[in-house]
Design a binder for this molecule. Sequence first.
Ligand code: NAD
Length: 332
Amino acid sequence: MPKSLPAILVVGGAGYIGSHVCKELHKNGYTPVCYDNLIYGHEWAVKWGPFETGDISDRNRLNQVFAAYRIEGVIHLAAFAYVGESVLDPAKYYANNVAGTISLLDAMRKNSVNRIVFSSTCAVYGIPAAVPITEKEPLNPVNPYGASKMMVERILRDYHHAYGLGYIALRYFNAAGADPDGDIGEVHNPETHLIPLALDAALGRRNELVVFGNGYPTPDRTCIRDYIHVTDLARAHVLSLKLLDKNELPGLSVNLGTGKGNSIFEIIRAGEEVTGRKIRHRIAPPRAGDPPVLIADPSQALKMLNWKAQYTDIRQILQHAWNFHRKTDTIA
Ligand SMILES: NC(=O)c1ccc[n+]([C@@H]2O[C@H](COP(=O)([O-])OP(=O)(O)OC[C@H]3O[C@@H](n4cnc5c(N)ncnc54)[C@H](O)[C@@H]3O)[C@@H](O)[C@H]2O)c1
């Protein structure tokens, strides 16, 4: 690819959300350059631009890649994201998610790139005092994963004030679904997310789905989460880049969710409807630090990015996930 063409560096672009971001960028006339060490990503998911293998902690490799393209902005999705593992091995999470991000930010400064969209998470709120959650809710993460994202948001804010870095931290709620065209979808290994696990149970790839806790203060006593379609998330990244293209570089944190929640039992029922199969499940004790209800107030995203979730029917999200998931034994 000629260096003269403007490009967006998508760090972690071979992963679940990153690959959907690359597709959306391409659809909107951008060239996504995927930078990923493939620790969890998949080369088959890199389809819409060049692929550069590398780790975010490798400054020389990052400088090479910045020199090889005309990078106008960075979308940074690379991180470890297993909450339970982060409790057992916080050093691993702070090294990759925090120190790795500092290495990336330094390479950006060295190469005069001053726009970044960052994958943050609703885990920065911990157990919120009020639901739906606005961005004004205090940040009080209850595990090292959430803390690592909160720390990066703080670093971005300081770089914004000191160096004029423009950033938008997107606090995703529960990413779900798959590309509506079926090109890409969710393949984590190990998988810990409810929907792919439920679909595995429907397919008989696992005996049963484990439901952690049925004593929560919710209508059916299981946890409620805000499931946001991955293509809606991807669209928000393109809109964020557009906002960062404006002259005054912002420093912003924005919730991305539908504003609606679904309980685990609702997901199981909708999953059975969509797949036409039984999803066997078993109740296990609740996990420490699992809040009963996490639902976004997404009004700031509408105001600042002109973004609103388009996929608000959980059955449609499950349908897209199912269309992709049933093929994954042959592609992943
Ligand atoms: N999936 C969700 O529901 C969710 C919710 C909130 C936030 N997030 C955040 O969104 C981002 C993407 O999540 P995902 O579900 O697509 O995860 P994923 O694991 O599929 O994607 C992350 C990608 O980053 C790459 N990566 C990790 N460390 C790297 C490093 N040091 N150098 C280069 N590449 C590296 C991995 O190989 C992978 O391709 C993560 O930062 C995650 O914390 C995800």
